[in-house]
Ligand binder design. Structure first.
Ligand SMILES: C[S@@+](CC[C@H](N)C(=O)[O-])C[C@H]1O[C@@H](n2cnc3c(N)ncnc32)[C@H](O)[C@@H]1O
Length: 208
Protein backbone atom coordinates (compact mmCIF):
# COMPACT_ATOMS: atom_id res chain seq x y z
CA UNK A 1 0.00 0.00 0.00
CA UNK A 2 1.42 3.40 -0.95
CA UNK A 3 1.61 6.16 1.65
CA UNK A 4 -0.59 9.18 0.81
CA UNK A 5 1.14 12.52 0.24
CA UNK A 6 -0.86 14.20 3.03
CA UNK A 7 -0.87 17.33 0.90
CA UNK A 8 -3.66 19.90 0.55
CA UNK A 9 -5.45 17.88 -2.11
CA UNK A 10 -5.44 14.76 0.10
CA UNK A 11 -6.85 16.65 3.10
CA UNK A 12 -9.42 18.58 1.11
CA UNK A 13 -10.80 15.37 -0.38
CA UNK A 14 -10.72 13.58 2.97
CA UNK A 15 -12.56 16.40 4.73
CA UNK A 16 -15.12 16.79 1.93
CA UNK A 17 -15.87 13.05 2.04
CA UNK A 18 -15.91 12.86 5.85
CA UNK A 19 -18.19 15.86 6.22
CA UNK A 20 -20.51 14.49 3.54
CA UNK A 21 -20.69 10.92 4.84
CA UNK A 22 -20.17 11.30 8.60
CA UNK A 23 -21.43 14.74 9.49
CA UNK A 24 -23.36 13.41 12.52
CA UNK A 25 -20.25 11.81 13.99
CA UNK A 26 -18.20 14.92 13.28
CA UNK A 27 -20.78 17.15 14.96
CA UNK A 28 -20.79 14.91 18.05
CA UNK A 29 -16.99 14.60 18.29
CA UNK A 30 -15.93 16.11 21.62
CA UNK A 31 -12.95 18.48 21.82
CA UNK A 32 -9.58 16.79 22.23
CA UNK A 33 -9.00 15.32 25.70
CA UNK A 34 -5.33 16.44 25.81
CA UNK A 35 -6.38 20.01 25.08
CA UNK A 36 -8.98 19.91 27.85
CA UNK A 37 -6.48 18.41 30.30
CA UNK A 38 -3.67 20.83 29.48
CA UNK A 39 -5.46 24.09 28.70
CA UNK A 40 -8.48 24.20 31.04
CA UNK A 41 -6.52 26.02 33.73
CA UNK A 42 -4.97 28.61 31.40
CA UNK A 43 -6.19 32.20 31.43
CA UNK A 44 -7.80 32.97 28.06
CA UNK A 45 -5.95 35.29 25.75
CA UNK A 46 -4.84 34.94 22.14
CA UNK A 47 -4.67 31.37 20.81
CA UNK A 48 -3.45 29.83 17.59
CA UNK A 49 -5.01 26.48 16.63
CA UNK A 50 -2.60 25.26 13.94
CA UNK A 51 -4.14 22.52 11.78
CA UNK A 52 -7.56 23.19 13.31
CA UNK A 53 -9.49 20.81 11.04
CA UNK A 54 -13.25 21.16 11.46
CA UNK A 55 -12.72 23.32 14.52
CA UNK A 56 -14.00 21.47 17.56
CA UNK A 57 -10.95 22.54 19.61
CA UNK A 58 -11.20 26.08 18.23
CA UNK A 59 -14.83 26.25 19.34
CA UNK A 60 -13.97 24.91 22.77
CA UNK A 61 -11.30 27.58 23.18
CA UNK A 62 -13.57 30.37 21.93
CA UNK A 63 -16.35 29.25 24.30
CA UNK A 64 -13.87 29.64 27.16
CA UNK A 65 -13.07 33.21 26.10
CA UNK A 66 -9.99 32.72 23.92
CA UNK A 67 -9.58 34.87 20.82
CA UNK A 68 -8.59 32.17 18.33
CA UNK A 69 -6.72 32.22 15.03
CA UNK A 70 -7.70 28.89 13.47
CA UNK A 71 -5.48 27.82 10.58
CA UNK A 72 -5.90 24.93 8.18
CA UNK A 73 -5.43 24.44 4.44
CA UNK A 74 -8.72 22.55 3.95
CA UNK A 75 -11.44 24.95 2.81
CA UNK A 76 -14.08 22.27 3.49
CA UNK A 77 -12.97 21.84 7.12
CA UNK A 78 -12.79 25.59 7.68
CA UNK A 79 -16.23 26.09 6.12
CA UNK A 80 -17.69 23.52 8.52
CA UNK A 81 -15.94 25.18 11.48
CA UNK A 82 -17.12 28.63 10.50
CA UNK A 83 -20.77 27.58 10.28
CA UNK A 84 -20.53 25.60 13.54
CA UNK A 85 -19.20 28.77 15.20
CA UNK A 86 -22.04 30.84 13.74
CA UNK A 87 -24.55 28.29 15.07
CA UNK A 88 -22.90 28.56 18.49
CA UNK A 89 -23.77 32.25 18.54
CA UNK A 90 -22.36 35.64 17.57
CA UNK A 91 -20.13 35.94 20.65
CA UNK A 92 -18.30 32.71 19.84
CA UNK A 93 -18.14 33.42 16.10
CA UNK A 94 -16.66 36.87 16.74
CA UNK A 95 -13.80 35.36 18.72
CA UNK A 96 -12.52 33.24 15.81
CA UNK A 97 -10.47 34.25 12.81
CA UNK A 98 -10.51 31.35 10.29
CA UNK A 99 -7.40 31.37 8.11
CA UNK A 100 -6.91 29.17 5.05
CA UNK A 101 -3.14 28.73 4.79
CA UNK A 102 -0.42 26.14 4.37
CA UNK A 103 1.36 25.81 7.70
CA UNK A 104 4.41 24.58 5.83
CA UNK A 105 4.98 28.14 4.69
CA UNK A 106 2.62 30.35 6.76
CA UNK A 107 4.59 32.27 9.34
CA UNK A 108 2.61 33.09 12.49
CA UNK A 109 3.20 36.46 14.11
CA UNK A 110 6.27 36.23 16.31
CA UNK A 111 5.80 36.05 20.12
CA UNK A 112 2.11 36.92 19.71
CA UNK A 113 -0.01 34.08 21.15
CA UNK A 114 -0.70 33.14 24.77
CA UNK A 115 -1.41 29.61 23.55
CA UNK A 116 -0.22 27.85 20.42
CA UNK A 117 -1.94 24.48 20.06
CA UNK A 118 -1.14 22.06 17.27
CA UNK A 119 -2.87 18.70 17.53
CA UNK A 120 -2.16 15.80 15.18
CA UNK A 121 -0.65 17.93 12.44
CA UNK A 122 0.86 15.73 9.75
CA UNK A 123 3.99 17.66 9.01
CA UNK A 124 5.18 17.63 5.41
CA UNK A 125 8.67 18.91 6.20
CA UNK A 126 10.80 18.49 9.31
CA UNK A 127 8.92 18.07 12.61
CA UNK A 128 11.67 19.93 14.50
CA UNK A 129 11.31 22.85 12.10
CA UNK A 130 7.56 22.87 12.77
CA UNK A 131 8.14 22.87 16.55
CA UNK A 132 10.57 25.77 16.09
CA UNK A 133 8.05 27.79 14.02
CA UNK A 134 5.15 27.13 16.38
CA UNK A 135 7.33 27.92 19.40
CA UNK A 136 8.40 31.25 17.88
CA UNK A 137 4.73 32.35 17.84
CA UNK A 138 4.32 31.95 21.63
CA UNK A 139 4.47 35.14 23.68
CA UNK A 140 6.60 35.29 26.84
CA UNK A 141 4.58 33.60 29.60
CA UNK A 142 2.56 31.73 26.97
CA UNK A 143 2.05 28.02 26.36
CA UNK A 144 3.00 25.73 23.51
CA UNK A 145 0.86 22.57 23.28
CA UNK A 146 1.70 19.99 20.66
CA UNK A 147 0.27 16.50 20.31
CA UNK A 148 1.40 13.86 17.83
CA UNK A 149 0.13 10.33 17.26
CA UNK A 150 3.22 8.10 17.17
CA UNK A 151 3.74 5.70 14.25
CA UNK A 152 4.84 2.71 16.35
CA UNK A 153 3.02 1.31 19.38
CA UNK A 154 5.75 1.05 22.05
CA UNK A 155 3.79 -1.72 23.82
CA UNK A 156 3.78 -4.06 20.83
CA UNK A 157 6.21 -2.62 18.27
CA UNK A 158 3.34 -2.71 15.75
CA UNK A 159 2.61 0.06 13.24
CA UNK A 160 -0.25 2.34 14.27
CA UNK A 161 -2.74 4.22 12.05
CA UNK A 162 -0.16 7.07 12.14
CA UNK A 163 2.48 4.94 10.37
CA UNK A 164 3.91 6.82 7.41
CA UNK A 165 2.94 10.20 8.86
CA UNK A 166 5.32 12.70 10.37
CA UNK A 167 3.83 13.96 13.60
CA UNK A 168 5.64 15.63 16.46
CA UNK A 169 7.43 13.42 19.00
CA UNK A 170 8.75 14.08 22.50
CA UNK A 171 12.29 13.87 21.09
CA UNK A 172 11.50 16.62 18.54
CA UNK A 173 10.26 18.94 21.28
CA UNK A 174 13.18 18.21 23.59
CA UNK A 175 15.62 18.85 20.73
CA UNK A 176 14.15 22.28 19.97
CA UNK A 177 12.91 23.79 23.22
CA UNK A 178 15.96 25.31 24.86
CA UNK A 179 15.57 25.00 28.67
CA UNK A 180 16.86 28.54 29.13
CA UNK A 181 13.82 29.82 27.19
CA UNK A 182 11.25 27.09 27.93
CA UNK A 183 9.96 25.23 30.94
CA UNK A 184 8.94 21.79 29.70
CA UNK A 185 5.88 21.02 31.83
CA UNK A 186 4.70 17.91 29.99
CA UNK A 187 6.75 15.81 27.57
CA UNK A 188 5.43 12.28 27.59
CA UNK A 189 3.71 9.55 25.63
CA UNK A 190 0.15 8.72 26.68
CA UNK A 191 -1.73 5.58 25.72
CA UNK A 192 -4.58 6.47 23.37
CA UNK A 193 -8.19 5.81 24.30
CA UNK A 194 -8.71 3.57 21.25
CA UNK A 195 -7.22 0.19 22.17
CA UNK A 196 -4.31 -0.89 19.98
CA UNK A 197 -3.79 2.55 18.39
CA UNK A 198 -0.58 3.25 20.29
CA UNK A 199 0.39 6.45 22.02
CA UNK A 200 0.21 10.22 21.65
CA UNK A 201 3.25 12.39 22.35
CA UNK A 202 1.99 15.29 24.48
CA UNK A 203 4.17 18.35 24.88
CA UNK A 204 3.26 21.36 26.97
CA UNK A 205 5.86 24.03 27.49
CA UNK A 206 5.81 27.46 29.06
CA UNK A 207 7.82 30.23 27.42
CA UNK A 208 9.90 31.97 30.08
C1 LIG B 1 -5.42 14.81 11.73
S1 LIG B 1 -6.14 16.34 11.36
C2 LIG B 1 -6.22 17.08 12.97
C3 LIG B 1 -7.26 18.14 13.06
C4 LIG B 1 -7.46 18.71 14.48
N1 LIG B 1 -6.28 19.40 14.95
C5 LIG B 1 -7.84 17.62 15.44
O1 LIG B 1 -7.12 17.38 16.40
O2 LIG B 1 -8.88 16.99 15.21
C6 LIG B 1 -4.78 17.27 10.64
C7 LIG B 1 -5.24 18.63 10.12
O3 LIG B 1 -4.11 19.36 9.69
C8 LIG B 1 -4.40 19.98 8.46
N2 LIG B 1 -3.11 20.17 7.80
C9 LIG B 1 -2.22 19.21 7.48
N3 LIG B 1 -1.14 19.77 6.90
C10 LIG B 1 -1.38 21.12 6.85
C11 LIG B 1 -0.64 22.23 6.36
N4 LIG B 1 0.55 22.09 5.79
N5 LIG B 1 -1.19 23.45 6.47
C12 LIG B 1 -2.41 23.63 7.04
N6 LIG B 1 -3.16 22.61 7.53
C13 LIG B 1 -2.64 21.37 7.43
C14 LIG B 1 -5.35 19.05 7.75
O4 LIG B 1 -6.14 19.70 6.78
C15 LIG B 1 -6.17 18.53 8.92
O5 LIG B 1 -7.30 19.33 9.12
Amino acid sequence: MTTPAYDQDFWEQLWARTLREHSDGIARRPPNAHLIAEASALTPGRALDAGCGHGSETLWLAARGWQVTAVDFSAAALGYGRSAAESAGPQIAARIDWVEADLGIWIPQSAHFDLVASLYMHIAGSPTEMVRRMAAAVAPGGTLLMVGHQPIDPATGAATPAAGQQQVSVADAVAVLDPSAWELLVAEERVRATAGSGVDAVIRALRR
